[in-house]
Design a binder for this molecule. Sequence first.
Ligand code: ZN
Length: 128
Amino acid sequence: MTDASAGAPTLHGYHAHVYYDQETLPRAERLRETLAANFLVQVGRLNDAPLGPHPVSQFAAIFETNAFEKVIPWLMLNRDGLDILIHPLTDDMVDDHTVYALWLGSQIQLKLDTMQRRGYSAALLPAA
Ligand code: ZN
């Protein structure tokens, strides 16, 4: 029997990063509250300043692999014009934010120059 996942990177969950600006902030706040209330996700705070590879304001939602099929279709239909990055959590952050990345809306140019090819701190992974 062949196993399609053989040799594939280990998947520890996903992040969805929802980008906003001053004008779209109210929509991002609504989306964040709805996500937190209806899905098994951990939502982070609204980061108005650039953070890590994210050059513009955003918040993150962290979730387990088994929540993907619920969260992503909902975001596709309810993103309200906001641009969203969905990336897996493997042991290589660079690949996660480039070749493995999934975008809803327009792609944001990420700052990858300081990012290392390693995994994430526990705070950035789904809580056990
Ligand atoms: Zn992330």
